[in-house]
Ligand binder design. Structure first.
Ligand code: DQA
Length: 140
């Protein structure tokens, strides 16, 4: 099974950024742990701070991979383009967020991805990513 995690802007700073919200672990360290935990999965990872690069990656993998775990970060709340890309592809997308966006500012309550996602996992810290992968493994 081929699954990719796609992270959006500022998530390259995990471990350094707002530790009280996002924790103190780097995503690279967490990714190594997940590769070990999900040894049966062909797991890949892409991060970009650039909206168009995220769209390019979604299009590239969106007809051949079995699942996309997408944390579009701030673009979740603004990007019609990423929402359209998720709608266009065939690979199912699970939207994830580390923090509980609904307990934060109002502008974080809107998602352009959720309407076209298979499901949404919000607020479980880094575990949100693990739950998404487990869901793909279990099937629907
Ligand atoms: C986030 C929540 C977004 O509102 C924010 O812009 C992020 C991270 C999360 O994982 O909690 O950068 O997607």
């Amino acid at each position: 099974m081929k699954i990719i995690i796609i992270n959006g802007p500022n998530l390259n700073l995990l471990g350094k950024r707002e530790k009280e919200v996002y924790g103190s672990k780097s995503f690279d360290d967490f990714f190594v742990e997940m590769q070990f935990q999900f040894r049966e999965v062909e797991l890949s990872y892409f991060q970009s701070n650039i909206e168009g690069e995220l769209i390019d990656k979604i299009q590239e993998v969106g007809y051949s991979f079995d699942g996309i775990v997408l944390n579009a970060a701030a673009y979740t709340h603004t990007s019609v383009g990423i929402g359209d890309a998720v709608k266009a592809i065939e690979t199912p997308v699970i939207e994830v967020h580390i923090s509980n966006t609904f307990s934060r500012e109002d502008f974080r309550h809107k998602s352009y991805i959720a309407p076209n996602a298979k499901g949404v996992i919000i607020g479980f810290g880094f575990q949100s990513y693990e739950l998404a992968i487990q869901s793909f493994l279990k099937g629907s």
